[in-house]
Design a binder for this molecule. Structure first.
Ligand code: PLP
Length: 397
């Protein structure tokens, strides 16, 4: 069987574009918070396909909803209405308090749409096209050209310059640096409420509040990227709800469909009425019945299974256990994060630790070279935390 897996990996290396250095595992099936490879080896999953599979694997109600929709209708295009998209948009409005929803196929596309909406809003005010957007250092907003242009990691952008232009980068949690980037051309400020890929850095409440006030004062749009930190992960449906700072535009994806590729950007009525109009934006797949059936079921199950309550109770336990681990090992500098989005910052590259954990049956991912990221399915319990900590402890000692 090991040979079988090896043969698949060789085939992969002959066919797939080499944009990832993958772990040497072919995953085959999932059950709850566990994944299995082709050899039947079991892994405790603390990555959830990068903060995606919130409900855990093999949730029957979710699977049945998708199967039912497949037999009814998978795709219609946006020239027609379809019931799952209408239901999904209504539910998303309810849980977010936003007013208008546009469904996309990925997170990056949601960011693209958010940028377009902000630019259009500014364009309609003064008919000019030289508006600027402020983004944060160490941010991550996706790999398409617009999303990449507001991503604050120079090495991701370097070979692909020029980006969309007129972007300024400020420092997360440093309001003065935001102020220094602001001028009469600023049309939007975009940030992740909790930075994910950049190393798990939550925004500070005061920082967000000051940005909100600045945006209100100057009619600048606040775009909060909730693609990773949203959908219950911080113990609130969206992380900004914890701060009480509402964006003008927000993005979501990752756990929104729990594995079915779907994202969305949402906006307030003020932006909706004064930005993108018929003909300004579109997508063939976005908001199709299959993806939106997933969104509907995910939001139903979040409520029915008290997912957010579980995040709140189990994340306190996870924090406690991670803090103990950080105290035990000198190589761990600090823990930071919010809810079930946690990071341990090491004084060394964490790649070898993650490899060891994988061997020992634990799936972890990094967020930058020195940070282990914990973004498990939101249905984990304390026993899963204990099991994870025990394996990680063994790998570190
Ligand atoms: C993953 C991510 C994206 C990009 O989403 P894709 O679906 O990979 O395009 C954008 N922003 C944040 C904060 C993310 O974590």
């Amino acid at each position: 069987m090991a040979e079988l897996m090896q043969r698949y990996i060789e085939k992969a290396e002959n066919a797939l574009l080499h944009t990832y250095n993958r772990y040497q595992v072919v995953l085959e099936k999932g059950d709850g918070v566990y994944l299995y490879d082709m050899e039947g080896k079991r892994y405790l999953d603390f990555a959830a396909g990068i903060a995606v599979f919130a409900l855990g694997y093999g949730n029957q109600a979710y699977n049945d909803a998708l199967k039912g929709q497949i037999d009814r209708l998978i795709h219609t295009s946006n020239y027609y209405y379809n019931a799952p998209a209408i239901e999904a948009a209504k539910k998303l409005k309810e849980v977010s308090g936003m007013d208008r929803v546009f469904f996309t196929n990925s997170g990056a596309e949601a960011v693209e749409g958010a940028i377009k909406a902000a630019r259009k809003y500014a364009f309609l005010k003064d008919n000019s096209t030289d508006h600027e957007i402020i983004a944060m250092e160490h941010s991550f907003h996706g790999r398409t050209m617009g999303a990449l242009s507001v991503t604050g990691t120079p090495k991701y952008r370097e070979a692909f310059e020029p980006g969309i232009g007129n972007i300024r980068f400020a420092h997360m949690n440093d309001f003065d640096s935001v102020l220094a980037c602001t001028n009469e051309k600023t049309c939007a400020i975009i940030l992740e409420t909790v930075q994910g890929e950049g190393g798990i850095y939550p925004a500070q409440k005061e920082f967000l509040e000051k940005i909100r006030a600045l945006c209100d004062e100057r009619d600048i749009l606040l775009i909060l990227d909730e693609i990773q930190c949203g959908m219950g992960r911080t113990g609130h449906m969206f992380a900004w709800q914890k701060y009480g700072v509402k964006p003008d535009i927000m993005t979501t994806a990752k756990a929104l469909g729990c594995g079915v590729p779907v994202g969305a950007f949402l906006m307030t009525e003020k932006v909706g009425a004064n930005s993108l109009k018929a003909g300004d934006h579109g997508t063939t797949y976005g908001g199709n019945p299959l993806a939106c059936a997933a969104v509907c079921k995910v939001l139903d199950l979040f409520e029915k299974n008290h997912i957010i309550e579980n995040v709140r109770s189990v994340s306190a336990y996870l924090e406690e256990k991670l803090d103990l681990l950080a105290a035990k090992y000198d190589c761990i500098q600090t823990r930071r994060g919010s809810g079930l989005m946690q990071g341990l910052a090491f004084s060394m590259p964490v790649g070898p630790v993650i490899e060891k954990a994988l061997d020992a049956g634990l799936i972890l991912i990094n967020a930058g070279t020195n940070i282990i990221r914990f973004v498990p399915p939101l249905v984990i319990d304390r026993q899963n935390v204990d099991e994870m900590i025990a394996i990680l402890d063994r790998c570190l000692s």
